[in-house]
Design a protein around this ligand. Structure first.
Ligand SMILES: O=P(O)(O)OC[C@H]1O[C@](O)(COP(=O)(O)O)[C@@H](O)[C@@H]1O
Ligand SMILES: [Mg+2]
Ligand SMILES: [Mg+2]
Length: 331
C-alpha cells in the first residue's frame, strides 16, 4: 500500500504544502491516540469556558486546537491559522504563503459517548492583494488548494483532496503512517438515505418541510421509494457515510433563532466538505447557491448546508424553486 507522501508527490503537490499536510497529520495522530486512550488520557469532559460561538468547549476541543495550531505555526510554512476554537485569526510567519482554517474536533458532543469525531481542514494561499488578519481568509471555497478531514472512528482515516479527486488513507497504528486505501472516491448519483436532525423539523422553512415529507412517504409518496435515515451528530462521520455509500446530508437554515439561522460554519466545515463532495462527483449548496461560490464576510460565518449524491441534491433543489419563501439566512 502506498504511503501518503509519495502519493502527493505523484500528484505534483508542492513540497511545502505536503509538509503542511503532514504536520496536520502529526497532530491528528496525537489526537487519535488521546481519543483511543479515552478516560485514561484525562482529557474527557468540558472546560469552564465557551468558544467564540458561545458553545461549551470540551477539553479535547482545546487540546486538539493547541496541538494543531502550535505544530502548524512551528513549521514556519504557515502565514496564519483560523480555528473554530480561536476568536481571531492567529498569525504565523509573515513570509509564508499558506493559510489553514480548521475545526479541531468536529462532533465533539460525541466524545463523552465514545462516538466518532473528526478534524476538518481547509488550506488556502495568501491572496495577491494586500490583506491582514481575518481579511486573509475571506476567499471563496473555490480558492481552496487542499481540504479534507480525519475521521477518528474504529479506524483513523484521512479523506482529502488537492483538486485531483478524493482519496482515503488509513492510519496504520503499527507504523504510524497513513496508507492509501481508496484511490478514487466517487459518490453514487442516486440514494435512498438522508441525514438531518429531525428534531428541528418544526423550525424548517417550507421547501425543506415538503422535501423531507415526501422522503418519509416512501413508496406511497411522489418519490415512489423508501428512504432510510441516519444521523451521527458529527458532520465528519455523516459526510463520510455519504462519500462512502451515497446519501444527502443537510443542516438547513431554520427559523428557530433569527440571530442564528444556520449551525454549520462556512470556512472550516462547509467549504472543505463541499470541495470533497464536488471532487467526488456530488453537489453542495445552501438551497439557493453553490456553497463554494459564497464570498465569506467573517471567519466564523455560518451557512445552510445541503450536500451529497448529485441527483438527490438536485431533486431537493426543485423544492426550493417550487416553494419560494423568506430566507431566514438572508441579510
Ligand atoms: O447536535 P446537532 O444539532 O444535531 O448538530 C450536529 C452538528 O453539529 C456539529 O457537531 C458541529 O460541529 P462542532 O462539534 O465542531 O461544533 C456537526 O458536526 C454536526 O453535524
Ligand atoms: Mg464542527
Ligand atoms: Mg469543533
Amino acid at each position: 500500500m502506498q504511503r501518503l507522501i509519495p502519493v502527493l508527490n505523484s500528484d505534483h503537490v508542492p513540497l511545502h504544502l505536503i509538509s503542511v499536510i503532514n504536520t496536520l497529520l502529526t497532530a491528528a495522530k496525537e489526537i487519535s491516540h488521546r481519543l483511543h486512550q479515552g478516560s485514561l488520557a484525562g482529557t474527557l469532559g468540558s472546560t469552564l469556558d465557551a468558544n467564540i460561538q458561545g458553545e461549551v468547549q470540551k477539553k479535547l476541543d482545546v487540546v486538539s486546537n493547541q496541538l494543531i495550531k502550535n505544530m502548524l505555526l512551528e513549521t514556519q510554512l504557515v502565514h496564519a491559522v483560523a480555528s473554530e476554537e480561536e476568536d481571531e485569526v492567529v498569525m504565523g510567519n509573515p513570509d509564508a504563503k499558506y493559510l489553514v482554517a480548521y475545526d479541531p474536533l468536529d462532533g465533539s458532543s460525541n466524545i463523552d459517548i465514545n462516538g466518532s469525531v473528526g478534524t476538518i481542514f481547509s488550506i488556502l494561499e495568501k491572496p495577491d492583494h494586500p490583506a491582514e488578519g481575518t481579511e486573509l481568509f475571506l476567499q471563496t471555497g473555490d480558492e481552496q488548494i487542499a481540504a479534507g478531514y480525519i475521521l477518528y472512528g474504529p479506524s483513523t482515516l484521512l479523506v482529502m483532496t488537492t483538486g485531483n479527486g478524493v482519496r482515503v488513507f488509513t492510519l496504520d497504528h503499527t507504523v504510524g503512517e497513513f496508507l492509501l486505501t481508496v484511490d478514487t472516491v466517487t459518490i453514487p448519483q442516486e440514494t435512498q438515505e438522508f441525514a438531518i436532525n429531525m428534531s428541528n423539523q418544526r423550525h424548517w422553512t417550507t421547501p425543506m418541510q415538503k422535501y423531507i415529507d415526501d422522503l418519509l412517504r416512501g413508496t406511497e409518496g411522489p418519490r415512489a421509494k423508501n428512504f432510510n435515515m441516519r444521523w451521527n451528530a458529527a458532520m465528519v462521520s455523516d459526510v463520510h457515510r455519504v462519500l462512502t455509500r451515497s446519501g444527502i446530508f443537510t443542516y438547513p437554515a431554520d427559523l428557530r433563532n433569527p440571530d442564528k439561522p444556520c449551525k454549520l460554519r462556512l470556512m472550516y466545515e462547509a467549504n472543505p466538505m463541499s470541495f470533497l463532495m464536488e471532487q467526488a462527483g456530488g453537489r453542495a449548496t445552501t438551497g439557493y447557491e453553490r456553497i463554494m461560490s459564497i464570498q465569506p464576510e467573517h471567519i466564523h460565518q455560518r451557512v445552510s448546508v445541503i450536500m451529497g449524491s448529485r441527483k438527490e441534491v438536485d431533486t431537493c433543489l426543485t423544492y426550493f424553486k417550487k416553494y419560494p419563501c423568506n430566507r431566514p439566512d438572508a441579510k
